[in-house]
Design a protein around this ligand. Structure first.
Ligand SMILES: Cc1ncc(COP(=O)(O)O)c(C=O)c1O
Length: 295
């Protein structure tokens, strides 16, 4: 009996099973088409399509905030105990983590959060209801947080919102600093599909969209991103890519190395600026691109 991941043990709706059973071989072979499902799901939540972005699971819906707002050294604010992925991503991205704790009755540390927001952390993550405490923010508490968050993106992680009856989604039209992260792994019973979403007002979601590839990362996508930067790449049948950054390459590779990003430089045996890059996870490749663009 698996009672350790907060899945919906009754499973998903029979309608979802029927829809999945109808998928054709061709549909499975193709990269998914996002527009029509985005429109339909957004409508289900009472949102406009520009306010809704599908992601690869709830974890991915959280990661995009790091790609969008967090550089190494910027600070994020969390209240623990909570879902461990906020801390996990923060550590990977080299963010400073400001931590408050839920009270002895597992009450939300509102006073501490309002005070901490004066220091303008880049992102505040709140799971609402919180995992594992089950704590639910009151509406007036959320309003006070949003008013205080003048320089902070407030991410409400609503993985369990349907169980609580409260969602901050309609608030996005009033508060551009509000982002809602969702997952279809819980009430919808679809954890295996890795389906999540980010919800925000059109302009704010536009910021996040820029950090999202059009489809999950693979070699072709990464090569195309490098080509956009004027870097020549070579068709590869492996899990790596040969690229030519030209004369500026060696200095760039050194800068990347100082930031803990190791590539296999091939300047000596192929030509100055040649490098072999292993194709890693989505967040690794995005981090690499972001760093290359900055340097
Ligand atoms: C608060 C919270 N947010 C997000 C997630 C991640 O959901 P997903 O399975 O879609 O990655 C979980 C999963 O346990 C969670 O508890």
């Amino acid at each position: 009996m698996r009672l350790d991941f907060n899945e919906n043990t009754s499973g998903c709706s029979p309608a979802v099973r029927r829809a999945l059973a109808q998928l054709t071989t061709k549909q499975l072979a193709m990269y998914p088409e996002y527009q029509a499902p985005t429109r339909r799901i957004a409508r289900h939540f009472g949102l406009r399509p520009e306010e809704f972005m599908l992601t690869n699971g709830g974890d991915d819906a959280l990661r995009v905030f790091f790609d969008t707002f967090v550089d190494s050294g910027s600070s994020i604010l969390i209240c623990e105990p909570t879902f461990p992925m906020y801390r996990y991503y923060a550590e990977i991205y080299g963010a400073r983590i400001a931590v408050l704790r839920y009270g002895s009755e597992m009450e939300f540390p509102l006073g501490g959060v309002i005070a901490a927001l004066r220091k303008k952390p880049r992102v505040l993550f709140i799971a609402n209801p919180n995992n594992p405490t089950g704590t639910l923010l009151q509406e007036d508490e959320l309003r006070r947080i949003l008013k205080a968050a003048t320089h902070t993106a407030v991410v409400m992680d609503e993985a369990y919102a349907e169980f609580s009856g409260f969602t901050a989604m309609p608030w996005i039209r009033k508060y551009p600093q509000l982002f809602v992260a969702k997952t279809f792994s819980k009430v919808a019973g679809l954890a295996a599909l890795r389906l999540g979403a980010v919800i925000a007002c059109k302009d704010s979601l536009g910021l996040v969209r820029r950090a999202m590839p059009p489809f999950p990362v693979n070699l072709a996508w990464f090569a195309a991103e490098l080509e956009k930067l004027g870097v020549k790449t070579y068709r590869s049948a492996g899990n790596f890519l040969l690229a030519n950054f030209g004369p500026g390459g060696p200095a760039l590779f050194q800068k990347l190395e100082k930031q803990g990003i190791l590539l296999r430089e091939r300047s000596k045996d192929i030509g100055p600026g040649f490098v072999r890059i292993t194709i890693g996870t989505q967040s690794e490749m995005r981090r690499l691109l972001k760093t290359i663009r900055k340097e």
